[in-house]
Design a protein around this ligand. Sequence first.
Ligand code: ADP
Ligand code: MG
Ligand code: MG
Length: 870
Amino acid sequence: KKYVYMFYEGNKDMRELLGGKGANLAEMTNLGLPVPPGFTVTTEACTRYYEEGEKIADEIVEEIFEKLAELEKITGKKFGDPSNPLLVSVRSGARVSMPGMMDTILNLGINDEVVKGLAELTNNERFAYDSYRRFIQMFSDVVMGIEKNKFEKILDEVKEKYGAKYDTDLTAEHLKEVVVRYKELYKAEKGEDFPQDPKVQLLEAVKAVFRSWNNPRAIVYRRLNEIPHDWGTAVNVQMMAYGNMGNDSGTGVAFTRNPATGEKELYGEFLMNAQGEDVVAGIRTPQPISALKETMPEVYQQLADIAKKLETYYKDMQDMEFTIERGKLYMLQTRNGKRTAQAALKIAVDMVEEGLITKEEAMLKVDPKQLDTLLHPTFEPDALKAAKPIAKGLPASLGAATGKIYFTAEEAKAAVERGEKKVILVRTETSPEDIEGMVAAQGILTSRGGMTSHAAVVARGMGKCCVAGCGDITINEEEKYFTTPDGKVYREGDWISLDGSTGYVYAGELPTKEPELTGYFATFMQWADEIRRLKVRANADTPRDAAQARKFGAEGIGLCRTEHMFFEEDRIPAMREMIVARTEEQRRKALEKLLPMQRGDFESLFREMKGYPVTIRLLDPPLHEFLPKEDDAIRELAKEMGITFEELKAIVQSLHELNPMLGHRGCRLAVTYPEIAEMQTRAIIEAAINVKNEGIDVVPEIMVPLVGELKELKYIKDIIVKTAEKVMEEKGVKIEYKVGTMIEVPRAALTADEIAKEAEFFSFGTNDLTQMTFGFSRDDIGKFLNDYFEKKIFETDPFARLDEKGVGKLIKMAAELGRSTRPDIKLGICGEHGGDPSSIEFCHNVGLDYVSCSPFRVPIARLAAAQAQV
Ligand code: ADP
Ligand code: MG
Ligand code: MG
């Protein structure tokens, strides 16, 4: 088996084996672009490394050195030879890009002798020692785990000692001093000298990259992005291109289109006399790529040509890394660029209009989850105009965020866990360790770094508002405050607002406004609607939700939970009266009071949905949820209701359940109290008749929850049908309606052929179905889910992403059984999963008719359904 490939042996379709970076380096090599030569150690070598107890097999070591010899031949340089040294980078690269999550080491192969040779050969001592100090720091950090900031501190001290503002102000002599002190630090930390043997350096570096696959931040990133843990990373070993050789050298990143707006223009940043991560690390403030046009017009033109070529070739916006070594351009990476949702839509629509891609291909250019950012509010324009910014940074990721400020990722996360809804993370700059805090925050503000800094890239990926490089503010992370130029101080817990589209920062909480769903969004979503087969409905309980859902393009309501209406202040008294009733007569009297309220609710829902189907679920939760639990509250309520405390307490106790999730709820309530189902049916049918008289035809779908046995359904259906007939007779109007059931108890899925004899539709209630199939409660899973992630038992939360193997099997089976009995049975899903793109694909594949999800997820589902079709 082959474990190492020269770049010229690979291609872009080998990303599973070579990782994304390796596959694209190979492809660019084959396209004849100026890529420094190198080779890739495969992801299989990484998995084998882990299988064999974190050791690289001898045969793989041998293969690595064979390819290294070939690299020496190609480059005409020799690894470890001071007279003509080959230095390489050792770069991680997984199948999908995980920016900044894993480690890279530059200038490997340098040591005390090589550095001298390099200085002589290039006649550039400063460059040689600059490369050496960088290598020592990276190697020590990545391979030996010595904290980076210990090195940073030394560098800062030397800079201060010689009055150097930037690292570029340091001379060769200064850098020599840095190297000496770095090596001392290394020895003090490790008890041995810095490794001088380049071969040892190389193998250790390869192992470290393998190990970095399992560093905590990479694990978190994979979980957030649903990347399997067993993929492993490839390692790329590549000849160095030196961006740190002086002012005719540099390094940068470029996008073929603007990743924030989607504008068609070469976009990016670069730094002269710099290497690797300098651009994104915010060490100096980079220049915009357009400046390169002035200083190095030929290089600029070459880069622009390559950009165009790559974009046309990959049919997607590219994010490229390049380095200029004494006026010569090298390409170091290309990948499909991350972009804001706005940019993604514009690019997708533009590329169709340019004839570069088809509408179907365009569907795949936008991540459904990203659409979310477009659906959320922006600042109220008037309030925005009136507000005076306190600072301005770079508009790194669009959106509007307002919240209380926190200065560390941990504190931001903790604040959200405490229940604070809106939090803004303020950092000098972010690093991959901050990822969880960034997830928790509404927005991110940094004082350093450019448009391609870590904060900016990650925030764009998350669709989160970010203002980066806000040099106007001075942050004191230790004492948890920042100051603005006017001397004002903002402390932990103070409110600020960020505008990610302008980069302005405001004090206080600015009001926000609903988004406009026009322009590129409308065009793109219209294409999605043309392409998809799966219908999309919304879960909506109130007319307001229904209106929102329509605005987002829902084609009906897949789940209206009637109980939500009972919890409202003016209704709960009647509900409670019903619960404490001791006779059917008393119960009916209380239900009488609820009837007009329910009817009114349904009328407004029907009106709002203008003839689209509306599925209404009969009362589902256990009754004790409507009563208080604490003695004080019970006493108070008893007084209000005119009964004794003891009486009410006894009722509360009698309703107490050990396992409410498996208790007296769902259709079981209607079995005990048929009059509840009767009242709800009456409210539904009366409402439908009333709006029919207004000229809106609705076909209400009455849904019975928690059915596990045909006879349960039959019993309740009889009540529904009888009531409906009666109402229609009274009113003298006939309407169409359907009776169906949720499939959320495993037994219902198992006997779906029988259930379908009575059910005209199935709606898969995947929250309960997941709960009951796994046998763990959704409300308690939080206590142990993290252990399951850590021990790699679960890769995703089964309540967020459908468990296709188990729960999915039940759905597939029930769908088939249901159709075998009733070929035209309507099938849908109304659990949380109805809004999850990968679960939606599954629903498409098993042939459901529709998915139903919360209103804000409707556009996401529309796109996911189109993607499933493509
Ligand atoms: P990441 O995946 O975190 O971007 P990379 O492997 O791309 O890590 O490398 C980190 C930085 O080092 C990038 O800026 C890259 O361009 C630079 N780099 C990597 N290899 C070389 C090389 N052979 N010559 C010059 N710069 C390099
Ligand atoms: Mg990179
Ligand atoms: Mg349920």
